[in-house]
Design a protein around this ligand. Sequence first.
Ligand code: GBH
Length: 480
Amino acid sequence: PNPSDDDELLKFPDDLMIGVASSAFQTEGAWDVDGKSPSNWDEYTHVNNFGANADIACDSYHKYKEDIKLAANGNFKFFRMSLSWSRILPTGSIGNINYNAINHYKNVLNEVKKQGMIPFVTLYHWDHPAIFDKFGGWNSEKMIIAFNDYAQVVFKHFANIVKFWTTINEPMVYCYYGHGKGFFPPGDTFEGRGPYICGQNMLIAHAQVYHLFKNKYNNSDSQIGIVNACWNFYPENPSEPESADIAFEYNCGWLSNPIFSKEGDYPVIMKQRIKENSYLEGLSTSRLPELTEPMINLIKGTSDYFGLNYYSSRMSDKVEKTQSGKWFDDSGVNMTINNEWPMDVATWIPIVPEGLGDILRIIKNKYNNPPVYILENGIASNGSSYDLVRTKYFYSHMKEMLAAKNRDGCNVKAYVVWSLLDSFEWVAGYRQYFGIVYVDHNSPQRTRTPKTSYYWLKDMIHQRALPSTFITPLKPLKTI
Ligand code: GBH
C-alpha cells in the first residue's frame, strides 16, 4: 500500500527517536594505538582487499568530539556506535583488559551524553581480535565463550552509562560473507555449512549475553537485542506468492525466528528444505545444525526489540532443487533485482522505499508487533556534498516508515540513518560512501563537511514532520 499524504501520517510521533549510526572499525582508525591488537579485519585488509584498509579510516579515535558534535548539531537524539573488541581485550583474554580503551570509550560515551544524545552501543559490528580466527572464528564454539567474556567486561564498565545495547550486528551477513562466500575474514568458503554453524554459534552467544545482561546488569529502562539485515521480497510470479515468504524466512527468518517467534527454532520451511537437499546430496543428516530443546528455550525471547537494517528489496522466484550444497541454493528461491527500480552507485541498493513499509508490516504480523528499531537505512552515492539521491532516499523511506507506524500500527521506536561519515566500506574500501557528512580521505586531517542530506535531516528532525511531497533542497554555492 502507498502511504497517504494525510498530514497526520507525516508527523514524527513523540515515541519515535531519530538517530545516526557508525561502527568502530569503519571509522576509528588508530589500528595499533594505545594497546589495541590487530582485529580480524586489520589482518585481512593488510593482505587482501585491494589495498584498502582502515588503519586511519576517519580517524574518529582522535576526532570523536567533532563527530559527536556534528551528530548533536544535526538534531539527532540517538547515537549508534560499536566498540572495538581488540581494543578492549587485545589478547582476547579477560586477564588482560586494556584500560586505555576503557577510558577512551568512557570519554566517548560521556561526550555523547554531554551533547544531549542517547548512546546506542553495538558490542559486535564484525571486528574481533585476529587471534580468534586461528581457532576458526565464529565457526568455533570457543567464540561463544570469548564473546561472553568480552560482554562481561563491557557491561561491568559501561552498563551504568549505556541503556541501549545491541549484541551482534547482522549475523547473517557476517556468517555468509565470512564463512560461506569468503569475501569477509576469515575468508572461509565452506558454503553449505560454514554460514549455518556460524549463525548457530552467534545465536547462542547472543542469547547467553542477553541472559547475562538481564541477570546482572539490567536497569528497569535498559534494552538489549540483536539486529538483522532484512530485504523485502516481491514475487516475480504473482501466482506464486510463496516464493516471497520462503525468501523472507531464509533471509530474515533464519536468525529472527529462533528469537522472535512463539515456537522458537529455525523457520520450519528452512529446516525442511536444507534437510531435503542434504539427503539428495547423500548426507544422512541435515547441513543445518539442530537446535536442541534447551537451546531453543535459551534463545527464544532474547531481544527487547526487533533491530532492523533495511537497505533494499529483491524479486523472488522459485527454482528447481539443486544439489550444489551452497547456502544460497538451499532456499529454493532465486533472488533478483527488478530493472525498473532506480539505483545510484551501489548496484546492490535499488531504491525500493515501499519495501521498508512492507517489511515492517511483515514483522508486525509475524512476530506479534514487537518494538522495532530501524538501526540502519541509507544509500551509497558518489562523493558530492550535494547528495540529492540520498536526501530523496531518506525522504521516501521515512515516509513509508511513518505510514507503517502512524497508519498501520507498526511499533517503530527508532529510525537511524546509516551513516554519519563517509567511512571505510569493508570490501568496497573507499569506493562507496554512505555518509551524510563528507570526509576528505586525502587530507591528513580527514576534514569533515556536512552534505545536503545532513542539513535536510536536521531540518526534518526539528520540524518533526515530513512535507507531503519532496522539496528539492537548493544547491549550495560551494559543493564538494
Ligand atoms: C551494512 O550491511 C553494514 O552493517 C554496514 O557496516 C555497512 O557500512 C552498510 O551495510 C553499507 O554497506 O558488494 O554486491 O557483494 C548491509 C548488508 C552486506 C550489503 C554486504 C552489501 C555486499 C554486496 N551488506 N553486501 S556486494
